[in-house]
Design a protein around this ligand. Structure first.
Ligand code: CA
Length: 663
């Protein structure tokens, strides 16, 4: 039996080998890997440099029955094992048996697979062109608008609600993202799903994980999970397909969803989880044990993800794997942006390469890239590699962004302490911090968040993680915690919160349904709760006070695009902030230069009054048009606009947005 010391020594030796320049020089390869289909033959290629033997098995079915053919692969250059099988193998399934350097044989799917059978344990050979929907070659994203407003949704949440107007067979499926004309209970009057989104005016739809994940059996219609548990990185999840058993269907149906979103004016962001796999015992691990994973000095797997394992993004073949995966989704599925889960577990060199490659192929900044600038715990990255976390942000490319937790917590209160309020719900906020929030924390020193330019800042009040905005406001403001009661005070706080987020430089991100007071009944983490709890409640979207809240969001989203002061993403954008002051206790005011081509107002005034009493505030010189007040965010559309001179009445618990009328 090995002692703990021997185990640790062996782990250290292996880690040193995988981290060494010699290993990289000998085994790094850019040769194509996976099942490379052509009509006449398919070439199978697997990277497994320390394996003793690799055997391919071919199957007619994605889950059942034994192989109809097995074949040993031949070891070729740089740790690649290869075989070519004649004939048209499109639609055939396969896996490998890999014998490692110690003689242990493991069955594994192909980590480089682009298609798979139900639940992903068998890979599939695919002629990708036959998965293209009609018109796919002409598919293109809509033109970029003046602002990026991102709406984050889970495929199942979008249409699971029986009242969504989506036919039952398509609820919770990719297909529901293609439907136009759905209405509440099919009443023909109250738009839901895609039609709701078009009304709202956001222009990016961010899909929570749609790569193949493992926590949901793909033939179980009731099962629910967010899906942050990757199994096949380069294959769509099967439970959202109308048929998870035929590996071509999920591919075609995800493409149809992207195509429909594009056609309806939305770009598509994919949520990617390259920091860990569902289990350490993954296809990557089974083909080359430990190479793709970080280890602690005692040999145990690193756990910076809090999910039991961390990918070693700094090793060259792992970096290649992640980079190629991003490029593949972009090319094959026409994805317009990526949101990196726990980006601080990936290294800055890799993130920079991903940014540079996408810029080279598609144009500078054309694809959005941002992530969570944190990790659950520390992770033992190879010496010299730097985590792409908060501290790295000012040194990253100006188009590598991150979620701004500082503004989020400043506005509504801490995410871990339920009852701790923020600026809008009874807490306090320093003017200096509010001021940094307005400029997207660009150039901030010693603060809780800092970037080079607001192009890096993702402003948000809620995402899938933690309490919804509505639930956080209820928890901090209503001792009875009535999540389904449209309390006027909480609705006012919600409007003030979103008006503040609207007024911050950076990108604007929101959780689906935030606009109509989405609630998870106070549940902080709903990753494996029921679909019934997680789903968007389309009846709520059309319930009076919440519908009015959604209209308030709608007006602010439309107004934002008209305001160069807020849309400016450049390094100099902070200079547009001309003044910041307190017009009273619990209130803040910001004056911004709003000049720009076609701008209707040369300056902006943003007043936020979190106090429960109204007050008078003096105004800078000029005639000021009311663009939004707590009752309406569409004042800017008024044919006979209200103009203020000298002073303004600041409403209690609300925002007043003014634009200086041009002379
Ligand atoms: Ca799956």
């Amino acid at each position: 039996m090995q002692t703990a010391t021997q185990t640790a020594a062996a782990a250290t030796a292996r880690r040193k080998m995988y981290d060494s320049k010699a290993f990289e020089a000998q085994y790094h390869t850019d040769a194509p890997l996976g099942a490379l289909w052509s009509a006449g033959a398919t070439r199978f290629a697997l990277w497994a440099p320390t394996a003793r033997q690799v055997t391919l098995s071919l199957y007619m079915d994605g889950t059942d029955g034994g192989p109809y053919m097995t074949l040993d692969l031949a070891r070729t250059a740089r740790g690649v094992w290869e075989a070519t099988v004649d004939g048209d193998l499109d639609g055939r399934y396969y896996d490998y048996a890999v014998t490692d350097s110690e003689g242990v044989c493991r069955r594994t799917a192909d980590p480089w697979a682009r298609a798979c059978g139900r639940d992903g344990a068998r890979s599939m050979v695919i002629d990708l062109r036959r998965t293209d929907p009609e018109g796919w070659a002409q598919d293109a994203p809509p033109a970029r608008g003046p602002e990026d407003v991102i709406w984050e949704v889970h495929v199942k949440d979008f249409s699971h609600d029986a009242r969504s107007g989506v036919p039952e067979a398509l609820r919770g499926k990719y297909k529901a993202l293609t439907l136009r004309g759905t209405t509440l209970d099919g009443d023909g009057a109250h738009p839901t799903c895609l039609d709701h989104l078009k009304r709202l005016g956001v222009n990016y739809v961010q899909l929570m994980p749609v790569f193949d994940y493992g926590s949901v059996p793909e033939d179980d219609a009731e099962a629910f999970n967010w899906g942050y548990d990757p199994v096949n990185y380069n294959v769509p999840e099967g439970s959202y397909a109308t048929d998870p058993c035929d590996g071509a269907v999920r591919i075609r149906e995800l493409k149809e969803a992207v195509q429909a979103l594009h056609a309806n004016g939305f770009r598509v962001i994919m949520d990617v989880v390259y920091n860990h796999t569902y289990r350490l015992d993954s296809w990557l691990w089974r083909t080359e044990p430990w190479y793709f994973y970080r280890q602690n000095p005692d040999g145990s797997p690193a756990d910076g993800s809090g999910c039991g394992n961390d990918l070693a993004s700094e090793r060259s073949m792992c970096a290649r794997y992640i980079l190629e995966s991003v490029l593949y989704w972009t090319r094959e599925y026409h994805i317009d942006g990526f949101r990196f889960d726990l980006m601080a577990l990936l290294d800055t060199a890799l993130m920079g390469r991903i940014r540079a490659e996408l810029d080279r192929i598609y144009g500078k900044g054309e694809k959005l890239l941002f992530g969570e600038p944190w990790a659950a715990h520390g992770s033992p990255m190879r010496r010299g590699a730097k985590p792409a976390g908060k501290r790295a942000l000012p040194g990253l490319d100006e188009n590598l962004g991150a979620f701004c937790d500082a503004t989020r917590d400043l506005v509504k209160g801490h995410i871990l302490h339920a009852e701790r309020p923020g600026f809008v719900n009874g807490g306090s906020a320093r003017l200096a911090d509010l001021r940094l929030a307005v400029t997207g924390w660009a150039g901030a020193q010693g603060g809780r968040f800092a970037v080079r330019a607001p192009s890096q800042t993702i402003n948000y009040l809620s995402s899938h993680d933690d309490w919804t905005l509505w639930d956080k406001l209820v928890i901090t403001m209503d001792p009875a915690r009535q999540f389904d009661t449209p309390s006027p005070a909480i609705l006012r706080a919600n409007r003030l919160a979103v008006a503040f987020c609207f007024g911050c430089q950076g990108h604007w991100f929101m959780l689906a349904g935030e606009e109509f007071g989405r609630s998870k009944q106070g549940l902080q983490n709903s990753f494996n709760a029921s679909a019934a709890l997680n789903r968007l409640d389309w009846a709520r979207a059309w319930d009076g006070p919440w519908q009015a809240l959604a209209d308030y969001y709608r007006g602010l989203i439309a107004l934002r695009g008209l305001l160069p002061a807020l849309c400016d993403k450049s390094e100099g954008a902070a200079r547009r902030l001309l003044a910041a002051w307190r017009p009273g206790r619990l209130a803040a005011a910001f004056q911004l230069d709003n000049s720009g081509p076609g701008s209707r107002w040369d300056e902006l005034l943003l007043f936020y009054n979190a106090a429960s009493c109204p007050r008078q505030a003096p105004l800078p010189a000029g005639r000021w048009q009311v663009l939004a007040d707590p009752d309406s965010s569409f004042r800017w559309e008024d044919a006979a606009p209200a103009l203020l001179c000298g002073q303004a009445a600041l409403p209690a618990a609300g925002a007043l947005i003014l634009g200086r009328a041009q002379l």
